[in-house]
Every structure is written in structure tokens, then in C-alpha cells.
Design a protein around this ligand. Sequence first.
Ligand SMILES: *Cc1c(COP(=O)(O)O)cnc(C)c1O
Length: 356
Amino acid sequence: MDITITKTTSPKAKPADETGLGFGKIFSDHMFIMEHDKGEGWHDARIVPFGDISLSPAAMVLHYGQEIFEGLKAYRTPDDTIRLFRPEENFKRLNVSARRSVIPEIPVEDSIQALNELIKTDVEWVPRTSGASLYIRPFIFAADPFIGVRPSDKYYYIIFTSPSGAYYSTGLNPVSIYVEENYVRAVKGGMGFIKAGGNYAASLIGQQEAHAKNYEQVLWLDGVERKYIEEVGAMNVFFVIDGCVVTPELSGSILPGITRMSVIELCRKWGLKVAERRLSADEVFAAYDNGKLSEIFGSGTAAVISPVGVLSRGERAIEINGGKIGEISQRLYDTLTGIQYGRIPDDMGWTRKVEI
Ligand SMILES: *Cc1c(COP(=O)(O)O)cnc(C)c1O
């Protein structure tokens, strides 16, 4: 793929204090753009200064939400190389999302090339502070100026990056969550298994209500029987019950997280029992009552591992592992971040060096 590069003539000042970066507020100097037109395919791959784009108010994405995205990170290692964590998996999943949303796919090698070129162009934007990283947001949306309902004839594929601070600035603090009984985020046959903006629109009200009740996240149940656990917030969820690491099976309404997959592979490598199966909220509370529930944690690119300290349902609230991070959660966090930041050898072959 040919990519033309136009560098900015007015580079922005890079944040001097990387500890105060926060998440998703600051953007690097450049972005990658490519367009798709009916009959022409993907064309005009280019890296240009990061900036606003112009769209017709009739652009289809604004009306019918035909949009998909990905989220991954680049890490600077102690020997000053830049590494990505399983990026092929993100771009394969982008194509799964594309198929479900009737968006044209992009060869995985082209996405990797585009991302490599973009990071190379903005390499100084990859943070140096421990725990900080360059968050990467690839996304595709329908841009056809037409308000009839059909798949769009025009799409944009954009990748931009955002230097972000450590997710945990004060150590891994366990979060409090509650079982959401009124809303569901997805149903089988719908879009729950892809990363689509619309899924987030559907989940915002749960997050808002959780915050209003002084909880950090919601535990989502399945949309049909409202019994089986699906995800926590926008993360996959794991339970350690009687020494076995249990996570909901990929049923069609759950997002197949790359962190989830990595957690399962690591646990199996360590000789732990792992089960991907249906798991009801009742079973989790019963396991707690029997003294068999030792850990709960979420998994996702942003937080990596997010321990759960309190789980509540209706009037009942239980404290998990005394409200402290569990042994398996801590080991997973240390191993995954160790591999990502090049502090420990990547014997799983998960990281990919960015060619600068
Ligand atoms: C992105 C996402 C996850 C986590 O996926 P990772 O690949 O591990 O980052 C989990 N659930 C939802 C709904 C998501 O959008």
C-alpha cells in the first residue's frame, strides 16, 4: 500500500509532565486517513496533520450509526524500542466488526503498515514515563451524504493516537460494581460481539446510574433470561471459584477481548483450571456464601486487569477477597504489563516491534 506523508508545519508542544496525561485528551501531531468509494475500493492512504475533518450533515454515520473501532496501545520499552501488543488481533477483529456492519474490510497487513508509519511519524509522542503509553484509535465510519437507510457508498478509515498516562496512578485499586437488572448492553444476534460505537451508546445509561449510586461499573447480564453474566462495564469479566478461573463463554453478545484471550492463555500455561461457560449471578453469590469465590476482575486494553472489591445486587453487597486485589489478578497484571513494557521476556510471542 502506498502511503503519502504530509508533515505538520506547526508541531504541537509535547506534554512536559507525562504523569498528568490522563486518558484520551491529548492527540499526537498526525493521523492516518484512507477513503473507500463504491467501485473504487480503498484509496488515497495518507498521513496528514491531526485536525478536524469536514463532513456533510447528511453523512450516514450521523444518522444510522454505521461505525466501528478498535483500541490498542504502543509501549516504549527500557531499550527504547516501541512495541505493540498483539496488533494483528485488533485488526482481525476490526474486520469481524466490518463484516457485521456491512463495512468494507481492510487487509490486516495494510492496517499494520499504516499504524507502523503513523507511529514512526509521531515517535516522539510515545511516552517515556513508566506506566504511560500511546493509545491508538483506529475507526471506520459511513460518510455518504444520504439519509435513506442502506449501507453507505463511502467510508473513511482513520487512525489517530493519544499519549496517555498510567491507568493506575495510585496502585491497582479494586472497583465496586453492581448487577444491572434494568438495562442490557447487547443480545445474541445483535452487535455485542463487535466494537461498534452504537454498543457504547446503549451502555452509557448503565454507567451513569452506576455513578449515581456510587458504583464504578455495572455487571451486565444476558439480554434474554437476565440471569447469566456477560461483561463488566466495557471489559470482559473473570471469577475465581474454587480455584478455577471462570469467564462467560463467547455467546454472540460478548466482545471477544484480546486481553481476555491472553488471560486465558496465561492461566492455562500456568496450569490453572480455566472454564469458559455460562455463569449466572446466582452462582456467583452462592459461591461467595460457600466461601469459594476468591477473586473477581475485569480485563481490557485500557486497565489490563481491574480487580473488583465489592459486588452488589439489589440490597445485597459482598466484599471480594477483603476488598483487596487477589493473587491471580496481581500475577496476571504483573505478567501482562511486564510483557507489554519489555520488563520480562515475551515468551508468548505477543509483542511486535514498530520499525522506526
Ligand atoms: C474493547 C472491549 C473489551 C476488551 O477488549 P480488549 O481487546 O481486551 O481491549 C471488552 N468489552 C467491550 C464491550 C469492549 O468494547
